[in-house]
Design a protein. Structure first.
Length: 338
């Protein structure tokens, strides 16, 4: 490990943008395919990894939904989440807010109880084993109709006291936030927090809509907000957290090169940017890899990395006293750097 690796791994951080289905490593995909008797269109782990060469979001989503077909039982969801928590703990993640896409599973006949109970049991185990806290974000697939999102919210009703927030993901362009205004209003009425992917591939207008029509507490990605100075000013004024995913942005061609990544421009504007892994099994790195990538590609110093880590707690859905305790830990860590 380099000094930078050691610094990043030791920096307490939260992960706020992680699709649990996107943490399915090819090795586990093969193991679950064998365990469940599901056939997958790949002959080897190497062949799977070779297929992870994407030119846009849809390219990735097609393969990501195909991979999720091996997930059938609550044990599968437990094993998937435990593998993520173990990996995240090694990266210094002390709190994770993980997204899951119920419709990817219920549309294949998997009961929502299998999905949620498997994830909840892993979350309890991660707290016991790694001291890591976590919460769940139920995400609606935006390529499906709003009525399907309403049906999913109704199916999840028995677990809503254990779900922190609802989110919006999948194919962005052509599926603006306004399509889901009513279901997000219903979720807000149930006391759920709100987040939405916006401005990953979609225009700044979608970020405006996420703010105005969904009432988001944070924006997932938000890169294209940088095209709109008035929107930047608003996001700064409203202290809106952006959950930025550098390796994802590179793999999905949101940025051509990591050296072009706007993370330092975001910080310079005063935006509350955070660093996250999105779908680490598909994009070549977990959260520490993402911190390292921007530190190297954009020359971020340790103070900037600590700012990103602080933002991950202030942008989390944790109670204020927990946020304050995590910020104190970062201050102590930085003071001890010498
Ligand atoms: N689902 C999983 N990862 C996603 C991403 N980066 N954008 C939209 N939907 C997703
Ligand atoms: Zn995402």
């Amino acid at each position: 490990m380099t000094d930078l690796d050691t610094f990043i791994a030791g920096l307490p951080k939260a992960e706020l943008h992680l699709h649990i289905e996107g943490s399915l490593e090819p090795e586990l995909m093969f193991a679950l395919a064998a365990r469940n008797g599901v056939s997958i269109p790949f002959a080897s782990v190497e062949e799977v990894r070779a297929a992870y060469d994407f030119t846009n979001l849809q390219d990735f989503l097609d393969i990501y939904y195909a991979g999720a077909a091996v997930l059938l039982t609550r044990q599968d969801f437990h094993d998937l989440a435990m593998a993520y928590f173990a990996r995240a703990a090694a990266d210094g993640v002390v709190h994770a807010e993980i997204m899951f896409d119920p419709q990817t599973h219920t549309d294949r006949g998997v009961p929502i109880a299998e999905v949620i109970e498997g994830l909840l049991s892993a979350m309890a185990a991660a707290e016991a084993q790694f001291g890591m806290t976590s919460s769940l974000i139920l995400s609606f697939l935006r390529h499906l109709p709003e009525a399907a999102a309403f049906a999913t919210l109704a199916e999840a009703e028995p677990w809503l006291d254990r779900i922190a927030a609802v989110g919006l993901d999948s194919s962005e362009v052509g599926h603006p936030p306004e399509k889901f205004a009513r279901v997000f209003a219903a979720a807000r009425e149930k006391g759920l927090r709100i987040t939405a992917h916006a401005g990953e591939e979609g225009p700044p207008e979608y970020v405006h809509q996420a703010l105005d029509l969904l009432g988001v507490h944070r924006i997932d990605h938000g890169n294209r907000a940088l095209e709109d100075p008035a929107l930047i000013a608003r996001l700064v004024r409203e202290e809106m957290t952006l959950t930025v995913c550098p390796l994802s942005n590179h793999k999905l061609c949101v940025v051509e090169d990591l050296a072009d990544h706007p993370i330092d421009a975001m910080l310079a504007h005063g935006l509350k940017a955070t660093i996250n892994s999105d779908d680490p099994a598909y994009f070549g790195g977990y959260v520490a890899d993402n911190y390292r990538a921007v530190a190297t590609a954009r020359g971020l110093d340790r103070e900037a990395l600590a700012t990103l880590a602080r933002n991950s707690f202030t942008g989390s859905f944790l109670p204020a006293e927990d946020v304050a305790a995590h910020l104190d830990r970062i201050d102590a860590y930085m003071a001890a750097q010498g």
